[in-house]
Each structure stands twice: as C-alpha cells, then as structure tokens.
Ligand binder design. Structure first.
Ligand SMILES: Nc1ncnc2c1ncn2[C@@H]1O[C@H](COP(=O)(O)OP(=O)(O)O)[C@@H](O)[C@H]1O
Ligand SMILES: [Mg+2]
Length: 256
C-alpha cells in the first residue's frame, strides 16, 4: 500500500503544497505534499540543509508555512490562533529532538508527567502510574526518581520517548533523535519508536539522514532543496543509500 492510496481525511498528518521561505534566496521548503496514515512510521530523509527540520517544524505547528496547508488529525493548523496551536502541540503531538529533551531540574518521572500536567492533569497517584507505565515500556521504571544528569544519552532519549508518548499523541515527531548516540544505543531507541507504532498504533515521523535509522520505518521520503523528490516503501538500508546517492538535482523515481 502506498500513501497515495490513503485519503487525507483519515490521515494522521497531511501536508498539501507546503512551502517555507526565510526572506530572500531559495525557499527552505518548496511545495511539499505528504500524507501520513495513522499507525505508520515514516522517515524524512535528505542531506544536510535539504529542509528536513523545516518540514518537521511546519508539520508539528512549531512554525507557520508561508504557503500550503498542514492538517494534523484533520485539523487545518492555519485555522488555529496561537493559543489553540499551543494546545494542539501540547495535547495532540509529541516531540523528540536530537538532544536537550529533558528538564534537568525535574526527575525522570516528573519529566514524563510534564505534558500531562501542562494539559491540566492533577498531580497524584494516577498521574505517577501513567508515567511509571510509560517508563516501564522503555525499560526505565527503576530510574523514575533519578535526575536526567545521572542517565546515559540513550537512557535520556528513552525518557524523551516515554514523555512524547504519554499523552497518546496523534503524531510523534522526532528530529534526528539518534544522531548523538552510538549504533547499538541508537538501535534501542529506534526499536522503541517501532514498537510504539506496531503495538500502540502510534504515528511517527522521523527526520534522519541515517539509512540505518530509515530501515526501521515503513516508508522513507526524500527531500532535496526543499522538494520531495522520491519515496521508498519498506526501505532497507541498501535501497536508501542508493536513493540518497542518486540525488543529483533530478527527481527520483524510486518505487513510486
Ligand atoms: N530559521 C531559519 N532562518 C533562516 N534560514 C533557515 C532557518 N531554518 C532553516 N533555514 C535554511 O533552510 C534550509 C533548510 O534547513 P533545514 O530544514 O534545517 O535542513 P535539514 O534539517 O535538512 O538540515 C537551509 O538552507 C537552512 O539554512
Ligand atoms: Mg535538521
């Protein structure tokens, strides 16, 4: 099944002709259309500067596109004023970044409960139980009362994933979450994202330049100079490397 067979209305995320310019020069994002069905793990790939992070920020409502439409779970983000957009980011999407994901003044459990507290949940046993369940799912229940500073980089990213999943978001956005990790630790983090999709039906958009990371996903899409230039279903590492190597400024025609 390809994404083109899926209607936008049933999608977790739909971008239609999304562009983003920063003043003069070429646009960072140039007419990107992308539909991500619920329960899919998608990699956004491309070289440094190709527009991956800009795509993720526009898709997640962290930044307004200069043209085009972004829908999260059917909601057109352009129709939301700033407070409603803030609520959507808080309640309906999850984020994992490359680093600096956690609040150092809070312990691990408190970091995981943060999105729920911000969404208005009351502190207490029920909240703690949810955080602990999330931490157990990433294998860190025994570190709940520890501070982030005492955790390894991989453990911190696992906490960040637990936090990104705790409010059962419609889409989890991850921007190079394994870039600072060694390959074995990175694989552990990617396996957690894979499980969130397979076992909990979550939708994950993973920005990465790493073919090994992309091979964990259901679909890889390729950006070049802000344009979507190709896609691969069930990408394996070799096919992704070939697709990245073939980027020459021409549009790719890989497994469309
Ligand atoms: N806030 C910004 N202001 C100006 N230019 C930006 C900004 N963010 C990104 N860009 C430019 O947009 C292009 C795409 O950047 P980015 O989305 O960060 O690419 P990637 O994540 O693929 O490395 C680059 O040319 C970058 O310099
Ligand atoms: Mg980037």
């Amino acid at each position: 099944m390809t994404t083109t067979a899926v209607t936008e209305s049933g999608a977790a995320l739909a971008l239609d002709g999304v562009s983003r310019s920063y003043g003069g020069g070429a646009p960072a994002l140039d007419g990107v259309s992308l539909v991500v069905p619920r329960g899919r793990f998608v990699a956004v790939m491309g070289r440094s500067g190709s527009g991956k992070s800009t795509l993720l920020r526009c898709a997640a409502g962290l930044e307004r596109p200069t043209a085009g439409t972004v829908r999260v779970g059917g909601t057109d983000l352009a129709t939301l004023k700033a407070p409603a957009l803030t609520r959507l980011r808080r309640d309906r999407v999850g984020f994992v970044f490359q680093s600096l994901n956690l609040v150092s003044a809070l312990n691990v459990r408190e970091n995981v409960t943060l999105p729920l507290l911000l969404a208005g949940a009351r502190e207490g046993r029920e909240l703690d139980a949810r955080a602990l369940a999330g931490l157990a799912a990433v294998g860190l229940a025994d570190r709940a009362e520890d501070v982030p500073e005492n955790l390894s980089g991989g453990q911190r990213q696992r906490v960040a994933i637990a936090r990104a999943l705790v409010n059962e978001p419609e889409v989890v956005f991850a921007d190079e979450p394994t870039a600072a990790l060694d390959p074995v630790t990175a694989a552990g983090v990617l396996a957690l994202l894979r499980r969130a999709v397979d076992e909990r039906g979550r939708t994950v958009v993973l920005v990465t330049h790493d073919p090994v990371a992309a091979a964990w996903t259901d679909e890889a899409v390729f950006l070049e100079r802000g344009r979507l230039v190709g896609r691969l279903d069930r990408p394996d590492e070799a096919a992704v490397r070939a697709a990245l190597g073939a980027q020459t400024g021409q549009h790719l025609a890989v497994a469309r």
